[in-house]
Design a protein around this ligand. Structure first.
Ligand code: DUC
Ligand code: ZN
Ligand code: ZN
Length: 478
């Protein structure tokens, strides 16, 4: 076992910041000490195997991205990051744990879908990984499988109120699954958009010749998100199921969550960096471009980007400050332009939905600290501590304290990061929706369970280092 001292930095947690040295022994943090402390009987810096100088830098718990889709089958293709490429990109960006979505579809057994996801990930990951379970076909068999997931370390499952004919669940199916969620403590995760309504609007737009990517956002109107969010909240109220709404982008959906939380419900929401920074107007602007009007396909994701004129982005930042929203995940679901997004050149409905952001979440959220949108502590809370608590990992992950895994990022507030395909990008994509974004900070050192994955601008990780995370029940419920 080797020992490492991370020395001279400012340790930031969800509740404060302190000048401290962090002692790592093997895979674990064993002490957080006053700078230069000799309490352990000697000058540690001269006796440990390695010293990392964090002077002038922040020392934070490794990021936890609780919403990723490696190799997701979608729209006749697959998300372009494998577990190997996606977790390497995660590590580059200071994310040391991911929770991906295992997929079960109508007619498939939950156990088979889960086993397949284990096969895809095992031995391939650079950082630790857990799974949520997508239930794309709610029936007697999949309902019976739900409680058994807990022993497998999978304590959350996701249903879709969108995508009829693919992943969609109707209200009766949702009700039945939520009853099990209430009985067992499994977290219900919800893609809350009214899919049948969206599909009619999308068809009408296409019939009018409105086929460009921009119309994806018009079809997926905020009313469809607000309505589905409200319905999910009511079903959660009726059943008592804890509810976590994924990728919230409409301010009206946030208002529904806030009301439910004020009423004492166990209802939570995440947003994603794209809903904080990007807008429908940008997607409209991309209609006149080098891709012949198709560049907006880069921004096609669901829920969609929202209008800046209507103020959704500002409202998402505000909701992060007021805890109306509790977390920021990426919904990392990358597709290349060539051969993938291009599938929808004549019809926006055929564009695979998703944006790749796993590498940039920590930086993009730190930029929110720089611009005064959130505090340093809230940055850590939104990106690491709350994800750990929400999904049953806290204590091992999400915090710098004795006994926790040594998942640590040294972040340089005086550094700089330019985002772009030829710059910081390691995701398996031929473009970046984040091209040209500049960050006033830099991920310097990334440590996963005591192993340095990134330092001095170099990658030292090996695939297979990442282990499966058996998660407990949520530690965030009221
Ligand atoms: N949204 C996306 O953008 N991609 C994958 C699935 C989803 O719900
Ligand atoms: Zn979704
Ligand atoms: Zn998703």
């Amino acid at each position: 076992m080797s020992t490492t001292l991370i020395k001279g930095g400012t340790v930031v947690s969800a509740t404060g910041r302190v000048a401290a040295d962090v002692l790592v022994d093997g895979a674990r943090i064993v002490a957080v000490l006053e700078p230069g402390s000799t309490a352990l009987g000697h000058d540690l810096a001269s006796t440990v195997d390695a010293v990392i100088d964090a002077t002038g830098k922040y020392v934070i718990p490794g990021g936890i991205d609780a919403h990723t889709h490696m190799q997701l089958p979608f729209g006749g293709t697959f998300a372009s990051d494998t577990f190997e490429t996606g977790t390497a990109a995660a590590a580059w960006g200071g994310t040391t744990s991911i929770i991906d979505f295992a997929v079960q579809r109508t007619g498939e057994k939950v156990q088979d879908g889960l086993a397949h996801w284990h096969e895809l990930a095992a031995g391939n990951c650079h950082v630790d990984y857990g799974f949520h379970q997508i239930i794309g076909g709610v029936d007697e068999d999949s309902l019976a499988a739900l409680p058994k997931l807990i022993d497998e370390g999978i304590t959350s499952f996701k249903m879709f109120m969108a995508y009829p004919g693919v992943f969609y669940s109707d209200d009766a199916q949702i009700l039945k699954a939520m009853q099990i969620s209430a009985d067992t403590g499994l977290m219900t995760m919800m893609h809350a958009e009214n899919g049948p309504v969206i599909d009619v609007l999308a068809e009408q737009l296409v019939k009018q010749g409105k086929i460009e990517p921009y119309y994806h956002g018009i079809a997926r109107a905020w009313q469809a998100e607000e309505e589905a969010t409200h319905r999910a909240i009511m079903l959660s109220h009726l059943t008592g199921a804890p509810l976590y709404v994924v990728h919230v982008s409409a301010k009206q959906a946030v208002a529904q969550l806030a009301t439910a939380r004020d009423n004492g419900q166990n209802v939570f929401g995440e947003t994603c960096p794209q809903y904080l920074y990007m807008s429908l107007e940008e997607q409209l602007g991309a209609m006149s471009d080098e891709w012949g009007g198709f560049e907006g396909a880069k921004y096609v994701c669901s829920t969609p980007l929202r209008s800046r004129e209507e103020g959704h982005q500002d409202h998402m930042w505000q909701a992060l400050r007021t805890n109306d929203l509790q977390m920021v995940s990426t919904d990392h679901c990358p597709f290349c332009m060539k051969d993938q997004k291009e599938l929808g050149k004549g019809d926006f409905r055929a564009i695979p939905n998703g944006i790749g952001s796993i590498e940039h979440r920590m930086d993009l959220m730190y930029q929110g600290v720089v611009t005064g949108q959130i505090t340093l502590e809230r940055w850590v809370e939104l990106t690491s501590t709350t994800p750990a608590r929400m999904f049953g990992l806290y204590g091992t992950k999400g915090v710098i304290q004795p006994g926790a895994d040594a998942d640590i990022v040294v972040y340089d507030p005086n550094g700089h990061t330019s985002i772009g395909v030829d710059k910081t990008h390691h995701m398996n994509m031929d473009h970046s929706a984040w091209e040209g974004y500049e960050i006033d900070g830099h991920v310097d050192v990334v440590i996963s369970r005591g192993t340095v994955l990134v330092s001095d601008g170099e990658f030292h990780g090996t695939k297979g280092h990442g282990s499966f995370l058996k998660r407990g029940l949520s530690q965030y419920l009221i």
